[in-house]
Design a protein around this ligand. Structure first.
Ligand SMILES: *Cc1c(COP(=O)(O)O)cnc(C)c1O
Length: 425
């Protein structure tokens, strides 16, 4: 899968013939020749999905325990999603932001409801975007509007991941992501993860905003320690800084609550100033949101200061509405909490596993040795999609519709895959 060949026919031994007459080897070669090398070689060519399963171009089925990285909340080809998107697209597919649509307005109302179970503060309003990075980019710009010259500092945490656009990148911790693109927007400081004393020392009247993930996803599924978020809310409120919660990965039911910060031991009932969402919001249709709570945060942008052509697109909004409605009609929050607890307990008992982190169906399986890549490869060969989020940890972020019986097949397959990777046997 080097992608250096110019001829599809020469791109290695054909793995299998698809319905379209293409070969797996040919697709990989064509991928390498046509797409920028931002992600490395693809592991498989996927052609179809249904429920929690996907199929590759050789006809092999996989249980998708990554769900497009916490995106496919309703799995693949969910009838409610297909119907909502089809209906909206055949009714009204796109309008400019000079106009309103019922889908856009209803989604904003629904987001205010699910983000604040106690009721959104008066004046709360939503900005609709298309991705997590854009949702955080909006929040970053809101922080600048809030801070002005008097508050140039923006605080984020070590291990933070907030996206790849320049503003979102500036508050992303990993040097390998940031440094090739400097200079980035300035004023950002990274504080040690979960360290209350460091936060107390850093907070002051010159801080515009503090960005936090209630559960850090890309850093290896690390929930904030109990009490941290409560203290962060006190300190930001006292200093007059915005508290921005990035729930792009952890939100929309993934943790068994609508938002990870709704978990009592994570959020302690805090009401942030801004919540950013994307990933699971549209179950695979691109959509993001910056939800501003309260009149002040919601009024930071005046007309013309921010925008995006596709934001509020009615098809994307319909997908998000179908996601929210299905999570409610199928009582998936309770299901996620229950299945997540069951799964984490089973995984913790597997030889080679040192620790299982996470909440609901956002889970990291920490291994006794840094062999997560080999373990993920062995699992893929065995028909399971997972992600080596760290050298020593596998991440699971499966569809919320995953059943216990389906999850049990993974628990049964894990020991052999870990043994093949050299741990636990
Ligand atoms: C994935 C992710 C983002 C970026 O979202 P994109 O849609 O890839 O731009 C931001 N924050 C968190 C916590 C994420 O997991």
């Amino acid at each position: 899968m080097t992608g250096t060949t110019s001829s599809p026919a020469a791109a290695g031994t054909p793995a299998a013939v698809t319905a379209a007459g293409e070969t797996g080897g040919a697709w990989a070669g064509r991928y390498g020749a046509a797409l920028m090398n931002t992600f490395g070689p693809p592991q498989r060519v996927l052609v179809r999905g249904e429920g929690p399963y996907v199929w590759d171009d050789a006809g092999r089925r996989y249980l998708d325990l990554l769900g497009g990285i916490a995106v496919n909340a309703l799995g693949h080809a969910h009838p409610a999603l297909v119907a909502a998107v089809t209906e909206q697209l055949s009714t009204l597919g796109h309008v400019s932001n000079f106009f309103a649509t019922p889908a856009q307005v209803t989604l904003a109302e629904e987001l205010l409801r699910v983000v604040t179970p106690g009721g959104a503060p008066a004046g709360s309003r939503v900005f609709l975007a298309n991705s997590g990075a854009e949702a955080n980019e909006a929040a970053f710009k809101m922080a600048r509007r809030h801070g002005g010259a008097a508050r140039p500092r923006i605080l984020a945490l070590e291990g933070a991941f907030h996206g790849r656009t320049m503003g979102a990148l500036a508050i992303t911790y990993k040097a390998a992501y940031r440094e090739p693109f400097e200079p980035l927007p300035g004023g950002v400081e990274f504080l040690p993860f979960g360290d209350v004393a460091a936060l107390e020392a850093a907070m002051g009247p010159d801080v515009a905003a503090l960005f936090l993930e209630p559960v850090q996803g890309e850093a290896g599924v690390r929930p904030l320690p109990a009490g941290y978020l409560t203290r962060a809310r006190e300190l930001t409120a006292h200093a007059g800084a915005l508290l921005v919660l990035d729930e792009v990965q952890s939100g929309m039911g993934r943790t068994g609550t609508w938002m990870a910060h709704h978990l009592p031991h994570v959020g302690g009932g805090v009401v942030p100033d801004v919540v950013t969402l994307a990933k699971g919001l549209g179950s695979g249709i691109p959509v993001g949101a910056a939800v501003a709570l309260g009149e002040h945060a919601a009024g930071l942008f005046s007309p013309g200061q921010h925008g995006t052509t596709f934001g509020g697109n009615p098809v994307a909004a319909a997908a998000a509405l179908a996601t929210i409605r299905t999570i409610e009609s199928d009582e998936l929050l309770g299901h996620v909490a229950e299945l997540g607890a069951w799964l984490r307990e089973r995984l913790a008992a597997v030889p080679g596993v040192t620790e299982v982190r996470g909440e609901g169906l956002l889970i990291a399986v920490a291994l006794t040795a840094p062999v997560a890549k080999d373990a993920a490869a062995a699992l893929l060969d065995a028909g399971f999609v997972v992600n080596p989020v760290r050298e020593d940890a596998l991440r699971l972020a499966p569809p919320l519709i995953l059943t216990r019986a389906q999850a049990a097949t993974f628990v049964a397959a894990l020991p052999a895959a870990l043994a093949a990777a050299g741990v636990g046997a």
